[in-house]
Design a protein around this ligand. Structure first.
Ligand SMILES: Nc1nc2c(c(=O)[nH]1)N[C@H]1C(S)=C(S)[C@@H](COP(=O)(O)OP(=O)(O)OC[C@H]3O[C@@H](n4cnc5c(=O)[nH]c(N)nc54)[C@H](O)[C@@H]3O)O[C@H]1N2
Ligand SMILES: Nc1nc2c(c(=O)[nH]1)N[C@H]1C(S)=C(S)[C@@H](COP(=O)(O)OP(=O)(O)OC[C@H]3O[C@@H](n4cnc5c(=O)[nH]c(N)nc54)[C@H](O)[C@@H]3O)O[C@H]1N2
Ligand code: SF4
Ligand SMILES: [Mo]
Length: 737
């Protein structure tokens, strides 16, 4: 029932974009123009969190006696979520009226002092004076930028443009380096393109067999499970590979439980079995791929018995997995999917490569209801990696070291291509260089809580402490913001318009459903203002649709071509798949049917071999640690830790331990245990479970301080993707007395 003052507007959604244009004066305290959103009609949008981007409506409930109103979430039927939402989605509106919300800029003179609330003008003045003085003393690269895969396409694009043309720094990277980089690198070198899923998600439900390598969708994307359930309901197979018997593995027809960090050997073994059992697709290999012979030369050496010794997976299970995939393929189709479990390793790129090789040898990519895909993680994990916040990239998934790409993008930006910086270091390398001799002296953070989510977090905190200037834009006081000199409160999710690109490569609309709190500004507005103050007049827009139109031009002709996508079209069609080079053509829902976007149109099979984990167990650190996610919490926990229902469901980290291992350490269920590595320690509560290997413990990474498992993890990097080895290191366990 619609009541009260909102009733008059129930028929339509009226969104008035307040375009804030800073004046060239520093003595006026500016606020964003007053926004008027008068609506009772539900606003259609997508969830605040992960890459499934479940569709929902937000409806303002009737005003309570004290005048406050809250937004109500209702799921919508959309191809990814089919009317489902997880608990995080259901409670996402709590982020909007959270009492923890930052509503004023915070500044302090030294890190020893508490923050003082200040006006936007004062805060931005501190930022601009800091940037000027640091760059004049130490050069342009002395200011660094760290972005996030949760930012809208518009914000990610603007951030890259700001870094390259206003700051002129090469030092920009983002948290997607910790997330999608191994999958992206492997896909690019094999297929010439990196779109996580090369087909719409509902295609999955049509296939006959799915191999899930290192993904736990039952906790990380619960509505995704409908598509896997549909495969099983038709008699198909779901094979899950995970050192833990997760709730996803529970719903599989077959579960393989390897030792952490051995998936590359497993993938080579699967190819070996596929070959010896006669399942290779020879005509496909001959027509659509190159490089099989070198790939086979290595896989030939990974006979099943050797793979069993390396991985702990019985030969019979390897054979059963291949039988399931081959059966699926000869029926409706077969799909191989990877997620962070196999990607977040110092050999993540090669492991994904080996799995792509397996999929090509079986003839899956480009075939109906078949293929290979990587399950992208963050809300805009896909779009966030296409438009230029990555160290080596320009918009449209262009390479920053490609002269033609530089020329195209420089023309859109109105700058000289020679003035664009070159590629910079990757996320962890960038953070590890902060405040060191010759390293950056200032860091601007947009959309990441990097002290909690980076490997070897203790070292990252020390590096931040060495900076002359740390500026953090965040809706909340995250652990990273708490270390800053300047904190800028920015709009989030349902307070802004923009686009996101979901795990399928479908570009969708994030719609504004409510006013931001008084005092909060949009990040587009903040970047525009700082650019103006640094003398770049009229080159940046705070209006998301204008930014998107510029992004379209910058991406035109690139791999991730958005030129034909408009907001109106997204509204009309319910989302548009990239590449979409012109408004007259449909988006590309399915890739690879007629060839691969490589120079010769064939997929490249790259020969890769197994190698050990960087830090193996030894008598001093005898247990493997692996890390990941829990159903109710998201990432570093900045957001979900402040949602009451989620904090109540799980308020502290747990450590999953097999009873046999616990007995050897004298650990009972529910006691506190310290997980210690060569780099640091983290404390969690013991959960005795028989679902984990006896040589491995698992801890989620959603908490900071002494509960942060990233105090313990190993920053060893993949040589190609520069992905840290989040998923395996050596630890010892100490009871906390
Ligand atoms: N609830 C929740 N959902 C989320 C997120 C969240 O933080 N919370 N984050 C989102 C983001 S950004 C991402 S990237 C996705 C991640 O989604 P997933 O990849 O599904 O999540 P993880 O829990 O990191 O890892 C998946 C599984 O990998 C297993 N694993 C660990 N080591 C290995 C190994 O060596 N080999 C194999 N085969 N498996 C291994 C773990 O046991 C774990 O069950 O989730 C998204 N959705
Ligand atoms: N041990 C271990 N570590 C991991 C992983 C793992 O599996 N194990 N996974 C890695 C992966 S896959 C990922 S994706 C990273 C994620 O790690 P983080 O980058 O730390 O991710 P979040 O916690 O989502 O941080 C996003 C921050 O941005 C804020 N925010 C939300 N919206 C906006 C916005 O519009 N603008 C701005 N400026 N801020 C906003 C949020 O409040 C939050 O503080 O963690 C990585 N770290
Ligand atoms: S699965 Fe992801 S997108 Fe869907 S409701 Fe949960 S967090 Fe939101
Ligand atoms: Mo991620």
């Amino acid at each position: 029932m619609i009541m009260g003052e909102w009733g008059a507007h129930q028929a339509e959604v009226i969104t008035v974009h307040g375009i804030y244009r800073p004046r060239n004066t520093t003595d006026v305290v500016e606020k964003p123009a007053a926004h008027t959103i008068a609506t009772m009609a539900p606003v259609r949008t997508h969830c605040a969190y992960c890459a499934l981007q479940c569709a929902m409506t937000l409806t303002r409930a009737a005003a309570t006696p004290n005048g406050s109103t809250s937004l109500q979430v209702s799921p919508l039927d959309f191809p990814t979520n089919r009317g489902g939402l997880c608990q995080k989605g259901w409670t996402a509106a709590d982020l909007l009226d959270s009492p923890h919300r930052l509503t004023t800029p915070l500044v302090r003179n030294s890190r020893a002092e508490p923050f003082e609330p200040v006006s936007w003008d004062t805060a931005l003045d501190v930022v601009v004076r800091g940037i000027r003085s640091i760059q004049s003393q130490h050069g342009d690269d002395a200011v660094a930028v760290f972005g996030g895969g949760g930012l809208t396409n518009e914000k990610a694009y603007q951030l890259g443009k700001f870094a390259r043309t206003v700051l002129r720094t090469k030092n920009i990277d983002y948290n997607g380096r910790y997330c999608m980089s191994s999958a992206a690198a492997a896909s690019n070198r094999a297929f010439g393109i990196d779109r996580g899923l090369p087909f719409p998600l509902p295609d999955l439900a049509q296939t006959g067999a799915v191999l899930v390598m290192g993904g736990n969708m039952a906790e990380t994307m619960p509505p995704f499970m409908q598509h896997l359930a549909a495969v099983r309901a038709r008699g198909g197979d779901v094979v899950v590979v995970d050192p833990r018997r997760t709730s996803t593995a529970e719903q599989a027809t077959l579960h393989l439980q390897p030792r952490p960090g051995t998936d590359l050997a497993l993938a080579l073994g699967l190819l070996h079995v596929a070959f010896s059992d006669g399942h290779l697709d020879r005509p496909y290999l001959a027509e659509r791929t190159r490089g099989f012979d070198e790939v086979w030369r290595i896989a030939a050496q990974w006979w099943p018995g050797r793979v069993e010794r390396e991985t702990g997976v019985p030969v019979a299970d390897l054979q059963a997995a291949i039988r399931a995939i081959a059966r699926g393929r000869s029926g409706r189709g077969a799909v191989i999917l990877t997620a962070r479990g196999v990607e977040q390793h110092s050999k993540g790129t090669d492991t994904v490569t080996a799995l792509i090789n397996l999929s090509l040898a079986l003839g899956l990519p480009g075939r109906r209801h078949s293929g290979f895909g990587c399950v992208t993680g963050q809300g805009n994990g896909q779009g966030g990696r296409e438009h230029g916040q990555k160290a080596d990239q320009l918009p449209g998934y262009r390479r920053i070291d490609d002269p033609a790409a530089r020329e195209h993008v420089a023309a859109v930006w109105g700058v000289d291509p020679a003035d664009l910086p070159g590629p910079g270091p990757s996320a962890y390398e960038l953070l590890d260089s902060l405040g060191t001799a010759g390293g950056p002296r200032a860091l601007l953070v947009h959309g990441s809580n990097l002290v909690v989510s980076s490997p070897r977090g203790g070292r990252v905190s020390e590096r931040l402490a060495n900076l002359d200037l740390l500026v953090v834009c965040d809706p909340f006081l995250s652990e990273t913001a708490a270390q800053a000199d300047v904190v800028l409160p920015v709009t989030q999710w349902a307070e802004e318009d923009g686009t996101m690109t979901n795990l399928e490569g479908r570009v969708i609309r994030r719609r504004r459903a409510t006013d931001p709190p008084e005092g909060v500004r949009s990040e587009l507005d903040v970047l525009t203002d700082v650019a103006e103050r640094l003398g770049h007049h009229g080159r940046f827009s705070a209006e998301p649709q204008m930014v998107f139109d510029e992004l379209r031009r910058a991406s035109a002709g690139g791999v991730a071509d958005y030129a034909g996508i408009t907001w109106e079209r997204i509204d009309r069609e319910g989302g548009v798949f990239w590449p979409c080079p012109s408004e007259d053509v449909p988006g590309t829902a399915r890739l690879f049917a007629d060839g691969f976007p490589t120079p010769d149109g064939r997929a490249a099979m790259v020969a890769v071999d197994h190698r050990p984990v960087v830090e193996d167990v030894d008598p001093e650190y005898p247990v493997y640690l692996t890390t990941g996610r829990n159903l109710q919490h998201y990432q570093s926990g900045t957001q979900t830790g402040r949602v009451p229902a989620l904090a109540a469901a799980l308020g502290e980290p747990y450590v999953e331990i097999h009873p046999d291992l616990a007995a050897r350490h004298d650990l009972d269920d529910g006691v506190r245990v310290r997980v210690v590595s060569r780099r640091g320690a983290a404390v969690g509560r013991v959960r005795l479970v028989t679902s984990i290997r006896w040589d491995t413990v698992f801890m989620p990474f959603h908490w900071g301080g002494e509960q942060a498992v990233n105090q313990v993890t190993n920053p060893a990097l993949d040589p190609v993707s520069r992905m840290p080895e989040f998923k395996v290191c050596a630890v010892r366990l100490e009871p906390v007395r």
